[in-house]
Design a protein around this ligand. Structure first.
Ligand code: URA
Length: 278
């Protein structure tokens, strides 16, 4: 029988392969991942499936059918979100909130995964098919790539990051969320961020970056630059903000692997900031 492979060697090989895959050249700055300190364990996940009902499969059809109209309005969503005093209360509040038509077509409410005490909160766009089925964010193909991206800078998916999305329910057929759907979801993710109060936020993809940063520029412009995430939430002092870094969505990188080089630069920026933040 051949001798068992040294697990450190295997890990190094997969990391090197990932780096090569990211387009990293020998003279590009590479800092070795540092082990991050242990932090408290994650909160419970999963939620029960709600009732099914057909909903428009495109953003335009959703608007035409009145799905985009402020179903429950934002003020109502903000009131519900503001009542939550803990992350667990917020999770229950979202699970019982019936103001979003998206909930009727979704199988699960997708809330968060990872470690809320890690200091690093990742916010994606919306659950896809796999996430809808499993009730957890970023568990499908793009989630696997996202995990590998973080692993390449030494971050463990369960221990070192806390992951959520702007939307808690999958838009039918993975269509883009409408402006109104995003507006209705914002009070919840904003409250979520306020309750977790991470040291840093990473906005994954254009929808997340534009929604959280109230930006109109596209992800090509926004990525790779630290921005300030500020929000009007009772938990924050006026003007208080959290540094936020927009990065490419892994689904985009799966379609355009040539952009991985830029994604790697952004990851190095994140790694540096994490080291400075401690
Ligand atoms: N894409 C996202 O933005 N979020 C997920 O949870 C899955 C795919």
């Amino acid at each position: 029988m051949p001798p068992a492979a040294d697990p450190r060697e295997t890990a190094l090989k997969s990391l090197t392969a990932w780096w090569a895959d990211m387009g990293i050249e020998p003279d590009m700055p590479v800092s070795a991942p540092k082990p991050r300190p242990r932090v408290p364990e994650p909160a419970a996940k999963r939620s029960p499936p709600p009732a099914m009902q057909a909903a428009p499969a495109t953003a335009a059809a959703a608007r035409a059918a009145g799905f985009g109209e402020k179903a429950a309005d934002e003020a109502e969503a903000r009131k519900v979100a503001a009542k939550a005093r803990t992350v667990a209360e917020l999770k229950s509040a979202i699970e019982s909130f019936d103001g979003s038509p998206l909930k009727r077509t979704a199988r699960n409410t997708v809330f968060a995964r990872g470690n809320p005490g890690s200091g690093l909160m990742i916010v994606g766009e919306a659950p896809g098919k796999d996430e809808d089925e499993q009730g957890e964010p970023f568990v499908g193909k793009s989630g696997q790539l996202l995990d590998r991206m973080f692993a390449s800078i030494g971050l463990d998916r369960e221990r070192d990051v806390y992951i959520s999305n702007i939307l808690n329910w999958r838009p039918p057929g993975n269509r883009n969320p409408t402006t109104e759907e995003i507006a209705l979801a914002l009070p919840f993710i904003e409250r979520h961020i306020a309750l977790v109060k991470p040291k840093l936020v990473v906005c994954v993809g254009g929808v997340s970056a534009q929604a959280l940063l109230r930006a109109s520029a596209g992800i090509m412009r926004l990525r790779g630059r630290w921005a300030e995430y500020s929000l009007k939430d009772q938990k924050f002092e006026p003007g208080e903000h959290i540094p936020a870094l927009p990065i490419f969505h892994p689904a985009y990188l799966l379609r355009r692997p040539q952009e991985k080089k830029l994604a790697w630069r952004d990851l190095l920026m994140l790694q540096k900031r994490l080291e400075e933040t401690g």
